[in-house]
Design a protein. Structure first.
Length: 315
């Protein structure tokens, strides 16, 4: 029997095994499931609303700074107080702030219980405190110069005070959190795909198929199918049997990689890993001569391969 006929025979035999067909179907179902999974936000969008009736110059600066800030919080300006409260009640926003008219003048002068900011929170929120810190850090940065001038009450030194304050805020004397991203960062713009370890699973199944091919050949030898055959022909038959088991799973794995990831590196990895598994089974046969012994170590080898792939992160 020539090599082509032997390959066809081995391929038909392996494709008649229910376990093997289940593996192939599983790979395709896994890749199709992966493509159908929806993308998710990498960072949950924490929406915060601001509605202000203040008419001072500082109000416009605050609103613009909050909206353009690079933060995990997404600040938006509400059209009116009623709509802001309704959005918070519907859990469309984490919380909201109402800034009454005259707030900045009262804040600078230190007047209490007049024109205070009102915070509205959604039920069960746990972020109100940290959002407060973000808001008032912006407010303080905007009016810190006016606060200093108001406290000193020496108009002739206003320019010097502004210069020293700027130098102080830019120094290492105080702790500040700065934006380290280039340009604007919007958490809602970053999405990720729910990860399914398709490549890792493919590698494990390829190794399992290679071991299954070796097991099939060893059983055939024990049944006397190759009695009287030369050692070279026996080696050819062994390689054909192993390859016939590996090739369908490898092709299926490559198609799954194209469907799910479409990365050339993954395709090359699967091809190289298929050759490595083929060589590994040939070397393993030098140590294990009987099919019963291979059956005993096959689950152990599969488990070890899973540990290497998933725990050690080989791939």
């Amino acid at each position: 029997m020539n090599i082509t006929n032997k390959s066809v025979v081995y391929l038909k035999r392996i494709l008649h095994k229910k376990m093997y067909i289940i593996m192939l179907v599983f790979l395709f179902c896994l890749s199709i499931t992966y493509t159908m999974l929806p993308t998710k936000n990498k960072s949950a969008q924490i929406k915060v609303l601001i509605y202000s009736e203040d008419t001072s110059q500082y109000n416009d600066i605050l609103i613009n700074n909050m909206i353009q800030s690079s933060s995990v919080y997404s600040f938006e300006e509400a059209t009116d107080l009623t709509s802001m409260i309704n959005q918070i009640k519907r859990n469309d926003a984490e919380c909201g702030y109402f800034i009454p008219n005259g707030f900045f003048d009262a804040y600078i002068s230190g007047t209490t219980n007049i024109a205070n900011i009102v915070q509205y929170t959604s039920p069960g929120t746990t972020m109100a405190g940290t959002i407060n810190e973000t808001l008032f850090s912006h407010i303080f940065k905007i009016v810190s110069g006016e606060l200093l001038k108001y406290c000193t009450d020496m108009d002739e030194y206003n320019d010097e005070l502004d210069a020293y304050l700027l130098k102080y805020l830019s120094s290492d004397s105080i702790f500040t959190i700065e934006n380290t991203t280039d340009g604007q960062f919007k958490a809602k713009d970053l999405v990720y795909k729910i990860n399914i370890p398709i490549i890792e699973i493919c590698c494990i199944l390829i190794l399992f198929s290679a071991l299954l091919g070796l097991l099939t050949h060893m059983i055939d030898c024990e049944k006397g199918y190759f009695t009287g055959q030369s050692s070279i022909n026996n080696l050819v038959s062994k390689n054909l049997c192993i390859a016939s088991c590996i090739i369908p799973v490898s092709i299926s794995s490559i198609l799954c990689a194209i469907i799910s990831h479409f990365k050339l590196s993954n395709i090359i990895l699967l091809i190289v890993f298929s050759f490595i598994c083929h060589l590994f089974t040939l070397l393993l046969n030098l140590l294990i001569k009987k099919s019963t012994h291979l059956l005993r170590v096959l689950p152990i080898l599969t488990f070890i391969s899973a540990v290497v792939v998933f725990v050690l992160g080989l791939f």
